[in-house]
Write a protein that binds this ligand. Structure first.
Ligand SMILES: O=P(O)(O)OC[C@H]1O[C@H](OP(=O)(O)OP(=O)(O)O)[C@H](O)[C@@H]1O
Ligand SMILES: O=c1cc[nH]c(=O)[nH]1
Length: 257
């Protein structure tokens, strides 16, 4: 993971200690993958006992017609993702008028590495921002609104929620996720966050906003606004979770791309 300060680099290795050698896995309809053996906890320091690790797993497939071999059109390259995250980091600092009371919380799974990357950039720009105490991870599984109707998230991929060590009470929380679509994940994240405390303010940063909202939710910081049709899916691939070079693909469901 390039561009990180040495300290945070260490933290990231702790949070993502084992890189998968598996290729991208089949769709979530086929069942989400189990947590990777050994992908566990830091052993010392402020993050002792904390596990922000996300199991490398399928790249948000939306249909049984998508699998590891599905070909999509890449709409964000590794460089473009890097630049978008750098811009968002500056935006967050500017909107917050600095880094006081600022914490970043990634929504599992791909929101977590994105939050880590943003925190690294913010720390590089504003050394007062100690990323290791300002980062958290949120698991929204228990708060999904499709629990009763057989939602697609398997307990196997549920990680624990970990709050920043400085807490969230009275803080400005920036929730971070890879894709914003219906808005239901973010709604669940707000509920999950509420179970941990009462932030002064909650903002949302996403790498891709693909539209099609079903709830009155919007992002404050967006890497790319991407008009899509309902028959397409956006697939975000990240080194940390997918053991592949960063990219964002758009995939036409049903086999056409
Ligand atoms: O706005 P929404 O309609 O809720 O869609 C966006 C969510 O969909 C994906 O998560 P997914 O549920 O596929 O889980 P994952 O993060 O484990 O891939 C993505 O990572 C977002 O969190
Ligand atoms: O296209 C989509 C929709 C929701 N979540 C994703 O990751 N991609």
């Amino acid at each position: 993971m390039s561009g990180l300060s040495p300290n945070l680099n260490v933290a990231c290795e702790l949070w993502y200690p084992t890189r998968s050698t598996k290729p991208l896995n089949p769709s979530r309809e086929a069942g989400k993958e189990t947590a990777m053996p050994g992908s566990t906890v830091p052993t010392s320091g402020a993050n002792q006992g904390r596990n922000l690790t996300a199991a490398p797993h399928s790249a948000t497939p939306q249909s049984t017609s998508e699998d590891a071999t599905t070909v999509g059109r890449t709409i964000l390259s590794e460089d473009e993702i890097r630049r978008a995250l750098t811009r968002i980091a500056y935006e967050i600092i500017e909107t917050n008028k600095g880094v006081e009371n600022l914490v970043l919380i990634g929504i599992r799974s791909r929101g977590v590495p994105l939050a880590v990357r943003l925190a690294a950039r913010i720390q590089a720009i504003e050394p007062n921002f100690n990323a290791e105490t300002r980062l958290g991870a949120l698991d929204i599984t228990a708060y999904r609104d499709d629990q009763r109707t057989g939602g697609t998230t398997s307990p196997d991929t549920a990680g624990e929620s970990i709050m920043p060590t400085i807490g969230i009470e009275g803080k400005t929380v920036v929730l971070v996720d890879d894709v914003l679509y219906s808005g239901r994940t973010v709604r669940a994240a707000l509920d999950a966050l509420n179970a941990h405390g009462r932030p002064a303010l909650v903002r949302l940063a996403v790498l891709v906003d693909r539209g099609h909202r079903q709830l009155p939710i919007r992002a404050d910081h967006v890497g790319k606004n991407l008009p899509t049709s309902a028959s397409e899916t956006v697939r975000v691939v990240l080194t940390e979770t997918d053991n592949a070079t960063d990219r964002v693909d758009i995939i036409q469901l049903g086999g056409l791309s």
